[in-house]
Design a protein around this ligand. Sequence first.
Ligand SMILES: [Zn+2]
Length: 130
Amino acid sequence: MHEQAVTQRVLVIALEKAKEARANRVASINLVIGEMSSITDDCMQFYFDFLSQDSIASDAKLSFKRIPTQVGCRRCGHSFTLNNPPWKCPQCEQWDVEIQAGQELYIDSIHFRLHRLREYAGSPAKFWLS
Ligand SMILES: [Zn+2]
C-alpha cells in the first residue's frame, strides 16, 4: 500500500467533509488501520503535514487505531490472532483459514473546528481507503 496515495485520499475526504460541515479547520482525523495494511503512522503524518500545508487541515492531527490480525478456522471455527503467515489453525492443525480482521483501512471520524469543536460522524458508511 502506498502511503502517499492513501494520505492524499485522507486529505481530500477531510477537506470535502469540512466544506460540507462549513468548518473553519480540520482538527483531527481518526483512522482505523489493520495490522496487515503496511502503513506507518509517522510516515503518514509526515505526508499529511506536507500535503495539507496550504489547506485548512494543515495542523490536523492524525490518530491511529490498530486492529490486530484475526484469523478464523473454517474447519473447527477456532479464532486466533496471528500477525504473520503461515496461518495454520493451532487447534485442529488445518490450513483452511480465513482472515477476519486486520485488513482495515478507513477513516473512522473527523473532528472539525467551528466556533466550538464539532464532530463529524454523520455517515454510517466508513470512508474506505483501499
Ligand atoms: Zn481449526
